[in-house]
Design a protein around this ligand. Sequence first.
Ligand code: BG6
Ligand code: MG
Length: 213
Amino acid sequence: MSRFKAVIFDLDGVITDTAHYHYLAWKQLAESQGVHFDHAFNENLKGIDRMGSLDLILASSSRSYTPEEKLALADAKNLHYQQLIATMSSKDLLPGAVEALDAVRRAGLRIGLASVSKNAFTVLERLGITDKFDYVVDAATIARGKPDPEIFLKAARELGVAPADCLGVEDAVAGVAAIKSAGMFALGIGHPFVLTEADVVITSLKEFNLAAY
Ligand code: BG6
Ligand code: MG
């Protein structure tokens, strides 16, 4: 039994380790612009949409960029990212991810996906788990990225569940903030000292236990 009616999952870094591919693609892009890029900086980009991430990186550059230049850089990063994810398959599912999705299904709850990635549909297909979701938010329809609650609120609305009856699952600080401003229970995946706003933090979905939240 669960006190929730729906679980809304983030994708990158929760269900699959695309966070690492985003890191590699942003690092190459940043360094091509003379901007130092490491894992600590990458932490700030988790959950942030493509143009938002680019703006954060270019803020450390010594020059300014026209909107056209920014679009070209974002496209280059995305092309690189798409090359990195091209060979993904179900072997790239993080431990415990399928088991967590199946446990939510067995408990009779609705299942949503709230990723700001415009590549989310492709990644779900590659992982072979598209049909495990009742609703996947199309990131192209979202005006404000995380930490704005818009994407989680849209998922809840489309699932027909009140935000207060939703459990959100996130690995990013911005994502946890989005879940909390949506008025949902936040399950963080990562470290409690990073995801300080989360209601509960676990190390990975291997520890997912719906009845405990
Ligand atoms: C988020 C990732 O899920 O999607 C970010 O955490 C990424 O790192 C963002 O920048 C946007 O992804 P995409 O695929 O639309 O560039
Ligand atoms: Mg994430």
